[in-house]
Each structure stands twice: as structure tokens, then as C-alpha cells.
Design a protein around this ligand. Structure first.
Ligand code: ARG
Length: 244
């Protein structure tokens, strides 16, 4: 009887573990940045390359992913404050940001491009932005790069990237400085509103950010990322979103 009681006790103790809910990793993202992160209109679900990638990483890590939609400006303070435990938001790895957060290994290489109105013929590169009104998303490398250009007429910052593109369409700006593939996606959707000029004039790597103290989480993310690259999942996702 003693043995039975002990077994019963053991079973009672162990069963909650067996059925325990999977751990959840809360991930912040400004989910208004297609094709990296956006809300799918039909399903209402978060979709995009980053969303697929973080879910695939979650699977490898054995955690459930919960996306926390957050304005890009302020996303790093929100991570530091503990509103979520990681950021995936097409975020460029910069030395300045790396003073506050830790970045994963790079998962995507891209750069800034200039977008302008289709009827604007004077703008072919950053040097042509002198005397022009430039629109950017607040807190992005697009803003930081535009700030380096001397002699702009004005630099207008917008909370969301589509507002910066809209500024071109309604003629309140002459150019926008935004990540390459996001600009190209907007041009595909709104060919009458914007035109992407030339090639990227910066080279930037996207990374996943975590708090500096979360070294174990960072290692897990890097390990899972390497697995996704090795087993072909990364290439599949790349093809799905950017393949020709
Ligand atoms: N890559 C740029 C940066 O890191 C822009 C990222 C904006 N991301 C977004 N989801 N709005 O500053």
C-alpha cells in the first residue's frame, strides 16, 4: 500500500509537468512593415518573412511565439522594460543599438533606398536630396541616414512607414528613405504613387534583439537560426517571400 501511495504521489506530481503549457516567448514587432511583418487582411493573422521566421525559430526552441504589436519608435525601451523578451522587426544591427540590447547573428542583409514620386526626375541618389523634403519612419536607420545628408529642405518623421510613402503621393514630400524591400513592396502595391530610385546606398543586417542580460536566450536563438539555415527552412522562407 505504501508503494502504491508513493506511486500515486509521484504520478500526481509529474502529470502537471507532462501537460504543462509550452513556454511562451513574447516578441515585439511593429507589424506594419510588409513584406517583413503585416496583418493579413483576410485572416487577421500576423504575416510576413519575420513572422514566419520567428515561428520557425520558436518551433526549434520548443516555445510558443506571442507577437506584441508595438510602434517601432520605443520598441527598444519596451524590450528593456520587459514588455516582451525579444524584438523581430526588420531591425538593423547598429553599434548604437548594441549599446542597449544584444543582437542575434544577422538573418537578412539589405540597405536603404530612396523612393520618390514617379514624376520626379531630378532625384537619382542621396546627393540629389539637397533642397528637398524627405520623409522617413521615426527612429529608423532611414531617419539616421537622412540626417547625415547636408542641405535637406526638411526632414519629416512619421510614426508608420506607410505614412512616409503617403507623403510622396500627396506631394508633401519629394523623397522617402526606407529599407529596400519594403519600398519595393510598396511600389508593387502602389505603382502610381512611388518609384524606387537605383540601388541601396547603405548595407545593413537585420538581427533579433534581446535584453543584454538574456545571454542564454540569445544562444538559443542563434542555435535555432543556424539549424533553420542548415535544414533548408531559411531558404524556403526566403523563396516564399522574395523568390522570383
Ligand atoms: N531597418 C530599419 C531600422 O532598423 C527599419 C526597421 C523598421 N521596422 C519596422 N517594423 N517598422 O531602423
Amino acid at each position: 500500500a505504501m508503494v502504491a501511495v508513493l506511486l500515486l504521489a509521484a504520478a500526481t506530481v509529474s502529470s502537471p509537468v507532462a501537460v504543462a503549457a509550452q513556454q511562451t516567448l513574447r516578441v515585439g514587432s511593429d507589424v506594419a512593415y510588409p513584406p517583413f511583418e503585416y496583418v493579413d487582411e483576410r485572416s487577421g493573422e500576423y504575416a510576413g518573412f519575420d513572422m514566419d521566421l520567428i515561428r520557425a525559430l520558436g518551433e526549434k526552441m520548443g516555445v510558443k511565439i506571442e507577437i506584441v504589436n508595438t510602434a517601432f519608435d520605443g520598441i527598444i525601451p519596451a524590450l528593456v522594460m520587459g514588455e516582451f523578451d525579444a524584438i523581430i522587426s526588420a531591425m538593423t544591427i547598429t553599434a548604437e543599438r548594441a549599446e542597449t540590447v544584444s543582437f542575434s547573428d544577422p538573418y537578412f542583409t539589405t540597405g536603404q533606398v530612396i523612393a520618390t514620386r514617379p514624376d520626379e526626375t531630378e532625384i537619382a541618389g542621396p546627393d540629389d536630396l539637397k533642397g528637398k523634403v524627405v520623409a522617413v519612419q521615426l527612429g529608423t536607420t532611414g531617419q539616421f541616414e537622412a540626417e547625415k545628408i547636408q542641405g535637406l529642405k526638411r526632414l519629416d518623421t512619421y510614426q508608420f512607414v506607410d505614412q512616409a510613402f503617403s507623403a510622396l503621393a500627396n506631394r508633401s514630400a519629394d523623397a522617402a528613405v526606407v529599407d529596400e524591400l519594403v519600398s519595393i513592396e510598396y511600389m508593387k502595391q502602389h505603382p502610381d504613387a512611388i518609384r524606387v530610385v537605383g540601388e541601396p546606398f547603405t548595407t545593413e543586417d537585420y538581427g533579433i534583439a534581446v535584453r543584454k542580460s538574456d545571454t542564454e536566450l540569445l544562444e538559443k536563438i542563434n542555435r535555432a537560426l543556424a539549424q533553420l539555415r542548415a535544414d533548408g527552412t531559411y531558404d524556403e522562407l526566403y523563396q516564399k517571400w522574395f523568390g522570383v
